[in-house]
Design a protein around this ligand. Sequence first.
Ligand code: C2E
Ligand code: CA
Ligand code: CA
Ligand code: CA
Length: 278
Amino acid sequence: KHAGGQTYRFFEDRMRGEFLVSVQIENDIRQALKAGNQFALHYQPVKRADTKETIGVEALVRWFHPKKGLISPAEFIPVAERTGLIIPLGEWIVRKACQDLYAMRLEGLTLTVAINISTEQMKQPDFVDIIRTIVRTEGVDPSNIQLEITENALMENTAESVAKIDMLRALGFTIAIDDFGTGYSSLSYLKHFKVDSLKIDQSFIRDLPRENADKAIVAATLQLGEKLGITTVAEGVETEASSQYLKESGCSYLQGYHFSKPIPYQELMMYLDREKVK
Ligand code: C2E
Ligand code: CA
Ligand code: CA
Ligand code: CA
């Protein structure tokens, strides 16, 4: 019993610790949004599986905390979602990605920029309006923007979400299902939502071509994409062996450390220059 009490106290302390940490992160995110120079977007190339040509990039947010240094989005995005701060932060991300897309066009590059959209952003009644206003103000074409949405985001308020996705697609945006295969949902949502791409979660890609279960899941997903007439993206491609395997299996696009980590805009320009020369 004594030990039980101690264990309980331990958990209670730890929970309080985590609570304090998240309150501090919340305050620091507020500060960072005001300061305006602590967040940045890094870009990870997305390659055609057959030619390895870079056809697009995924924008991934980075936070350079003045005291703590680089903080992972896995740590602060959940806090931003719980506190509603993902709304202003998400708008900053969309605007910044559009500005970088505009700069890419000036460089003569035609790339698709994929932007991660959180469930909380999707839930806003005026989400479509907000995003339409940003692309108009920044002077970019929605057909160069892919919105990455998780399965869970689609499961909330299905009728409303269907309408939003349809409106976004009518404006020219393409829609990808992110982390495909990891949500709590059944596949039935694919009946109601017209989407353009499935991004196979990296947990199924990491151990290719060794793991039989992963191979089966990936093969089924690629076939599903083909039958639905939509593209497939494998993320978390870390080895030549998995890159080769995915190409032979008919996956459309590949993304992962094997090709490049997410890198700042300037480094991306150098990466694309090297690619042109090769
Ligand atoms: P995600 O959208 O699934 O992004 C892919 C994550 O996998 C990124 O981590 C990326 O750096 C990492 N990754 C890419 N290739 C490889 C690989 O070959 N191996 C391994 N081990 N990892 C790889 P990151 O940037 O730390 O982002 C983590 C998550 O945070 C993202 O997962 C996404 O859910 C969220 N996130 C990141 N940026 C944004 C954003 O701008 N907005 C929103 N709402 N969420 C974001
Ligand atoms: Ca993503
Ligand atoms: Ca993902
Ligand atoms: Ca993820």
